[in-house]
Design a protein around this ligand. Structure first.
Ligand SMILES: O=C(O)c1ccccc1N[C@@H]1O[C@H](COP(=O)(O)O)[C@@H](O)[C@H]1O
Length: 203
């Protein structure tokens, strides 16, 4: 079964809807320049609204170690997602499972990254778009990856209309979607989320 993370949740109603349609994980963006960035009140509201057994992923882009540590003190996050240029030693600093994002455009040898981030819980492949760290809605040329010896997550420009094909080609452990299930940046479309989950489940 392919797992599903819905990222960029910004309010309680969207968090509840993501859980209701069957998401396995939600992503909370702690990157101030994102249109999906959270403040303390929103973060608390979302975490309070979320039912049990949904993984809470905190997304960071080149944050200071102190900022990541302070966020972890404040909120019960299950997994960290490092979406910038964070080094392996930075990522393993927080005594928390982490996912390292690799930005790609097409097939490439991922072995060096797998070796460097050997203690990552998973790797996430997103589309490399100049000047944009993520949430771009752009996809890369999917390819069938050789076994990485580690779970990996497919992201970048996914939506209900292409996710089945993406899974058939790439065979990821999980998929991650943000803009493809939105009505506008930071506002999820609940029907699009339901359609996305249904397509993944039937892929
Ligand atoms: O969502 C954001 O605003 C964001 C900002 C900075 C880094 C990553 C971000 N989102 C992540 O980007 C990928 C792909 O998103 P999309 O589905 O193409 O919109 C996904 O992992 C989001 O979690």
């Amino acid at each position: 079964m392919v797992r599903i993370k819905i990222c960029g949740i910004t309010n309680a109603a969207d968090a509840r809807a993501a859980a209701t349609v069957g998401a396995d994980a939600i992503g909370l963006v702690f990157y101030r320049k994102s249109p999906r960035a959270l403040d303390a009140a929103r973060t608390q509201e979302i975490l309070t609204a979320l039912p049990p057994f949904i993984t809470r992923v905190g997304l960071f882009v080149n944050a200071d170690a102190a900022e990541v540590a302070a966020t972890l003190q404040q909120y019960p996050l299950d997994v960290l997602q490092f979406h910038g240029d964070e080094s392996p030693s930075f990522c393993r600093n927080f005594d928390r499972p982490y996912i390292k994002v690799l930005r790609v455009t097409a097939a490439q040898d991922l072995r060096p990254a797998v070796d460097a981030y050997h203690d990552a819980q998973g790797l996430l492949l997103d589309c490399a778009v100049p000047g944009v760290w993520g949430g771009s809605g752009q996809s890369f040329d999917w390819w069938r990856l050789a076994d990485l010896g580690k779970p990996w997550i497919l992201a970048g420009g996914l939506h209900a209309g292409n996710v089945a094909e993406a899974i058939a080609i790439a065979r990821p452990y999980a998929v991650d979607v943000s803009s493809g299930v939105e009505m506008s940046p930071g506002r999820k479309d609940h029907d699009k989320m339901a359609q996305f989950v249904a397509r993944v489940r039937s892929a």
